[in-house]
Structures are given as structure tokens and as C-alpha cells.
Design a protein around this ligand. Structure first.
Ligand SMILES: C[S@@+](CC[C@H](N)C(=O)[O-])C[C@H]1O[C@@H](n2cnc3c(N)ncnc32)[C@H](O)[C@@H]1O
Length: 402
């Protein structure tokens, strides 16, 4: 009788760990030797349930499914009735999904059309583009925007397995390099007197722990995976992402004008007993040129003695009043309002290349500015469409309105 031919893969991870250690390799050394990421080795060793980000989108693409389907089977999220309406709206708005012939922004003559970048909303004041900011911005002419107000994903917070996503890079240097590239495009598309208002938060190294239970108090804070401790850092180190990024942007040509501390009086409690609870993030004010548009009068703050309002200080006390439909930290409208009033004139155009749930668009609409928002994740595009549709409900009934 022929032998039953089955492969025992259950012990594969353990065997790999044992053999790697016996050979004297760390995960990092083995990954270098093979020319693959360290997360790839961690994945094979069973430390992480998700395959490394770099390979997941390519696998999904090769198999003709979404990354979500590949990871979770049919596990799509429940849709609300309004998200059905939005999905239908997006569908109608895309005249040719297969060839992607929807233009996104007044295109430069001869520019190539990219199938993965689609304009999904276009009113007189707001345009929403679904796709990777890098590709979307490549089609936007120089000197278009008066300011950019944005908040990129934190490093190491979530891995959605969407090709082009920022934040799931293997180490902070790669993340910062990606952001420097995106903000170089932002600088090109800013007017000469333009400014960038960049909100960015910090995080701690994981100490090589891979998983953390979902954060029930705050879904936006929850980690869906934990990257390895970056080279040169120790477990529990504060990574210093904001300043690493700010200095890299300065070296790339930006004028670093202000480090604004966004203090959150209602910050989330943390169960830590060996350091203070983090209650702030940064907003870096950067400019394209040495002199630039900055309306200091529009954002004066009250003085303590009730006398004349004084020049705005660098610590802004603004509560988070997050919109809870999204699984990440959304901008409080008040934070956007201050940046918008100082950085733009009514009627000018503002860019948010990480549009998320569309807060910058909402505040622009309220204050008479135009806005271009770019968002990679179709789920968040739907949320933004719902929020923006609510401020002008006729829009969703009229996809070609303009
Ligand atoms: C912190 S959230 C922005 C939240 C937004 N300020 C709000 O108020 O809702 C960052 C967003 O960047 C998006 N993103 C990540 N990589 C991107 C890319 N390459 N191009 C465009 N958007 C991207 C994420 O999907 C996420 O929605």
C-alpha cells in the first residue's frame, strides 16, 4: 500500500525558529541574507497572523481578489443603508471602471490616466479623489494650493493590506522616506506663498510584542499589528517620529516655522505607571518659501487680562471630539479651522492628501474655501462622502453635478 502523503506543516514555525537559532541567525540577519523583510520571517515563524504588507497586495492582485477577501474570506463589513446609497453613487460616478477613464484634476496635457486614481466627487468647492496620493498628485499642476492641512497615518498603527498605504512600512526610516516623497509633491503643488500644516503623533516601540487586544475605549488607537522594534531603539522607547519627520522635511527643502503642541485636555487615559499619560501631538507649520501667507490676525487668542487679543501661542488646547464612524483618529474641526484661517484666503484651494473621513473638506465648505481631498482606502472615501453629502444632501442625488 502506498504511503499516505501528507505534509505536516503544524510544526513548521517552531522548526524554523529552532533551525534559525541553531544556525546563529537573528530574524534580521536571516531576512538580510534572503533579501526579504524581517516581517516575512516573523510571519513564517508564526509570530504574526498577517503576511507582510508588501506581498499581500501583490498576492491579492495576482489572484484577482481584494486584500480583504484574501485575509478574511468573504468577511466584508456590515454595510449601513446610507453606505449602500454612497456605494451606488460612487458606482454611477465612475463612467468606466475597467479602463479608469475618469479624470481626476484638470490634467496636464498628455498626462497618463491612472486606472487606480478616480475622482469620486466633484462639486464647485470639493473634489474627492480615491487613490494613492503619490499618483493622484503627480497629475496636479504646480502652484495650485494655498495650503495643505493634513494628518498622515501614524507609523505602525494599522496594516490594511492596501497597496500604497502609508504607515505599515517595516521601520520608521522607510515610513519617513515615504512621507518625504509625498510632501515633496505637496510642496510642488503649493503656491510659492503656501504653507503645510502637518499633524503628526508619536508612538512607542513594541518591544517585539506582536499583538495587542483591541482597544475597546478607542478604536482609533487600537493596533491591528505591531511592527518589530526598529534598529537602534530599545523596548519601550518613544520613537520620536514627529521630530524625525520634521527634520527630514526641513532637510528636503521645507522651511520649518513652528512646532505647535496640540494639547488634548480630554485625552484618553493610559494604563501606564512609569511615565506621564500622553496628551499631545504636534502640528508643524512649514512653508515653501521664506515669506508666505499667514493671517496672524485671523487666529489671535484672548489675553488673560481681557485686554486686546494676543498673537496665537504655540500650545493649542483642543478637545478631541472625534467622529466615531472611522477607525482612526479624525481631526477635531476646531484644529482644522485655526490652520485654515491662518493659512488661506476665502476662495483659495486647500489640499488634504490623507483625507480620511473628510474633516478638512467639511471645514473648507463651512469657511468658503475649496478643497481637494485624496484618500486611498475606499471604506474611508465612503465615510467622507457620507459626511460631505450630509452638508449638501442634493449632491448624492446628482453624481455629475458641477
Ligand atoms: C489619520 S487618517 C486621516 C484622518 C483625517 N484627518 C480625518 O479627519 O478623518 C490618515 C488617512 O490616510 C490614508 N492613507 C494612507 N496611505 C495613503 C496614501 N498613500 N494615499 C492616500 N491616503 C492614504 C489612510 O487610509 C487614512 O484614512
Amino acid at each position: 500500500m502506498p504511503k499516505k502523503c501528507t505534509t505536516d506543516i503544524s510544526g513548521f514555525g517552531n522548526r524554523l525558529v529552532a533551525l534559525r537559532k541553531a544556525a546563529g541567525f537573528t530574524q534580521q540577519e536571516l531576512s538580510h541574507k534572503l533579501g526579504v523583510s524581517r516581517r516575512m520571517i516573523a510571519y513564517y515563524e508564526g509570530e504574526t497572523e498577517h503576511p507582510p504588507t508588501t506581498i499581500l497586495p501583490r498576492l491579492a492582485q495576482a489572484l484577482g481578489v481584494s486584500a480583504d477577501e484574501l485575509l478574511n474570506g468573504s468577511g466584508r463589513r456590515e454595510e449601513t443603508s446610507s453606505s449602500h446609497a454612497v456605494a451606488e453613487y460612487i458606482h454611477r460616478l465612475r463612467p468606466n471602471r475597467e479602463t479608469g477613464t475618469t479624470t481626476i484634476y484638470p490634467m496636464e496635457h498628455g498626462a497618463k490616466r491612472k486606472a487606480c486614481v478616480r475622482e469620486v466627487y466633484h462639486e464647485n468647492d470639493i473634489r474627492i479623489v480615491e487613490g494613492d496620493s503619490r499618483r493622484a498628485m503627480a497629475q496636479i499642476p504646480d502652484n495650485t494650493f494655498q495650503c495643505c492641512i493634513t494628518s498622515p497615518p501614524y507609523w505602525g498603527l494599522r496594516d490594511y493590506g492596501i497597496a500604497g498605504q502609508i504607515g505599515a512600512e517595516n521601520d520608521p526610516d522607510a515610513y519617513i522616506a515615504d512621507l518625504v516623497g509625498i510632501f515633496r509633491e505637496v510642496r510642488r503643488t503649493l503656491r510659492e506663498d503656501g504653507t503645510l500644516w502637518l499633524n503628526i503623533g508619536d508612538s512607542y516601540t513594541s518591544g517585539d510584542r506582536r499583538w495587542r487586544a483591541p482597544d475597546k475605549k478607542n478604536a482609533g488607537r487600537a493596533m491591528s499589528y505591531r511592527p518589530p522594534t526598529p534598529k537602534g531603539l530599545k523596548p519601550k522607547d518613544l520613537i520620536g517620529v514627529p521630530w524625525r519627520l520634521a527634520l527630514a522635511l526641513q532637510a528636503d527643502g521645507w522651511f520649518l516655522r513652528s512646532d505647535i503642541v496640540w494639547n488634548k485636555p480630554n485625552c484618553q487615559p493610559e494604563s501606564v505607571k512609569d511615565r506621564p499619560t500622553r496628551a499631545h501631538e504636534y502640528v508643524f507649520l512649514m512653508s515653501k518659501s521664506e515669506s508666505y501667507f499667514y493671517d496672524f490676525e485671523a487666529i489671535r487668542e484672548p489675553s488673560a487680562n481681557g485686554q486686546e487679543a494676543k498673537n496665537r501661542r504655540t500650545v493649542w488646547n483642543i478637545n478631541t471630539n472625534g467622529f466615531h464612524g472611522a477607525h482612526f483618529a479624525v481631526f477635531p474641526p476646531e484644529l482644522v479651522r485655526v490652520c485654515l484661517l491662518a493659512g488661506s484666503n476665502p476662495g483659495s484651494t486647500v489640499l488634504d492628501p490623507f483625507f480620511g473621513s473628510g474633516t478638512v473638506g467639511l471645514v473648507c465648505r463651512e469657511y468658503g474655501r475649496e478643497c481637494v481631498g485624496i484618500e486611498l482606502n475606499p471604506d474611508y472615501v465612503k465615510i467622507a462622502l457620507e459626511r460631505i453629502g450630509e452638508t449638501n444632501p442634493t449632491n448624492l442625488a446628482s453624481p455629475h453635478a458641477r
